[in-house]
Design a binder for this molecule. Structure first.
Ligand code: MSP
Length: 508
């Protein structure tokens, strides 16, 4: 099956922070999970560059050459994701020629459908949101998200007749319960479409960057560029070759399986974007998942508060996997949450160091001692039940990664209890045959744990797998059977494994 997952493309006027990293981690877990299941995955991310914010930020940084500025800022984003082990397949920039072609093609398709018209407009524009605001949106005259007063703008622009699609959008949402996830967000979108959605301007007077709309007899305005959201949303189809005759959807990834994002931008993705696609006669994405927002040390992430934590500052101390586990296991997907350095430290100590890490170290050290450092054979319990795998897979399929982490920790707990009951160190003195069986049972369950954490903590999984057999990693990660491979499939009895190193060493 094709599985096409996208993240928002990020504004480049600033560096990535922990909130952006969260979106990337969720998407990466989903992408890895689908690769494990054997799906043909395309994972897209990128940068949203044609924004007035970019022009202002370049000027503030004293860089005259915008292209030089966008190149270096965009590279900062892709470098961060690479350093964080985010396995995106494609990185798109809206300043690329292929994207300009695609976004304009989408605009022309909407025009051809009769959905584009010229209108003189007076409105309140928030450049933080890159969107017009109504009086109703404001709190004490300020944009509630950016805490500043929008600018009064008067322009003649092209408008997109999104309201023509009101009924179709509502019907689509009703008929496709999985279109907006989590379901708790659906009402918010439905109310917006019913009561507040108005035709929106899809062009702006050129702010010094953007995709220029060529003037023709049918498109009479001059000096207009595509509105940054119309431009940005098109990225999802640009990456499938839209705007070219021969390569559009050649690989069959469109419609996307999942657009992942924060709750701040669902209106654009669940109302405007599907209407734009309907206008162009293109199929709609299967699903949009909006995760919550989180605070840092109790406060909203903001530049002025200086709490925009750089994810690399965290991963350089704790490692990529620990940050992943912390965010995945502590925040209920879809709900708001909190990042705190103390919270991360505690999770590292308890679930990782004393939990998974300690269990692994205990078992493997005993195997070293009582089984000559070789993987024992002859287990006599079936390892985690089939039901456990079903529960875990269900959690992964529904993006409930917190529950998936919980399933893993239950297995760790079961191993710890089994060790306490069986007391292998005592057993070794009286029954050296039995102790090998007990340890074989434990190693087998650890192998299942390693397999379950593959998408959640990929580095840790690979490190664990290296102990189980010379082929264990290949079998788990590369073989065509990887979707159904379980602990007992990868263990190689007699395999002399290397010196046991702590998976999560103490951090001072
Ligand atoms: N450029 C637009 C998206 C265009 S997509 C066609 C944009 N960019 S952004 O740089 O502002 O990124 C917004 C996204 O960053 C959110 O949707 C969310 O994924 C992530 N987050 C930003 N702050 C966040 C938190 N405080 N908490 C969680 N996620 C956060 O909007």
């Amino acid at each position: 099956m094709k599985y096409y997952i996208t993240t928002p493309i990020y504004y480049i006027n600033d560096k990535p922070h922990i909130g952006h990293a969260y979106t990337m981690i969720l998407s990466d877990v989903a992408a890895r999970w689908h690769r494990i299941k054997g799906d043909d995955v395309k994972f897209l991310t990128g940068t949203d560059e044609n924004s007035k914010k970019t022009v202002l930020a370049a000027a503030k940084a004293g860089v005259d050459d915008i292209a030089r500025y966008t190149d270096s800022m965009s590279a900062g984003w892709s470098d961060t994701w690479r350093a964080m082990n985010i396995t995106y397949d494609e990185f798109i920039r809206t300043t690329e020629p292929r994207h300009q072609r695609s976004a304009l093609a989408l605009f022309h398709a909407a025009h051809k459908a009769g959905d584009i018209y010229v209108k003189k407009y007076q409105g309140l524009y928030c450049s933080g949101c890159e969107a017009y605001k109504t009086e109703k949106d404001l709190v004490d005259g300020l944009c509630p998200d950016h805490k500043r007063a929008p600018d009064a703008v008067e322009e003649e622009n092209y408008f997109f007749a999104v309201t023509r699609y009101r009924d179709q959008l509502l019907a689509h949402i009703e008929q496709n319960p999985l279109f907006i996830r989590p379901v708790s967000r659906r009402n918010e979108v439905v109310n917006f479409i019913k009561d507040a959605m108005e035709d929106f301007s899809v062009s702006r007077v050129n702010p010094g960057i953007g995709i220029e709309i060529p003037q023709t007899s049918e498109l009479p305005l001059s000096g207009q560029v595509l509105y940054v959201w119309f431009d940005a949303l098109a990225n999802y189809i640009t990456a499938c070759g839209y705007g070219t005759e021969d390569s559009w959807n050649k690989d069959g990834y469109w419609p996307a399986s999942l657009h992942m994002m924060g709750k701040d931008i669902i209106k654009f993705h669940c109302a405007f974007w599907p209407a734009m696609l309907l206008s162009a006669g293109l199929p709609l994405p299967e699903s949009v998942f909006a995760h919550g927002f989180f605070t840092v040390e109790g406060q909203k992430i903001s530049k002025s508060l200086g709490n925009a934590v750089n994810p690399l500052d965290i991963t350089s101390v704790y490692g990529n996997d620990a940050l992943r586990w912390y965010l995945l296991s502590e925040i209920t997907q879809g709900e708001d949450g909190e990042y705190s350095s103390e919270g991360l430290r505690q999770v590292y100590r308890s679930a990782l160091s004393s939990g998974i890490g300690n269990c692994f170290q205990r078992v493997m050290t005993m195997v070293q001692k009582y089984c000559d450092g070789k993987i024992p054979e002859g287990w006599d319990i079936v390892g985690p039940s089939q039901e456990k795998w079903v529960l875990y897979s269900e959690a992964m399929n529904t993006l409930d990664f917190k529950r998936a982490c919980g399933e893993v920790l239950e297995l760790v707990k079961a191993c710890d209890q089994y060790i306490d009951q069986q007391q292998p160190w005592a057993l070794a003195k009286i029954d050296p045959v039995r102790v090998r069986i007990v340890l074989a049972n434990l190693v087998r369950t650890l192998a299942d744990i390693a397999l379950m954490i593959r998408p959640l903590m990929p580095d840790t999984a690979t490190r664990m797998l290296a102990y189980f057999g010379s082929q264990a990693t290949e079998k788990a990660l590369m073989s065509p059977q990887r979707a159904t491979v379980h602990g007992h499939d990868i263990l190689e009895p007699g395999f002399a494994f290397p010196q046991v190193e702590p998976l999560f060493p103490p951090i001072v």
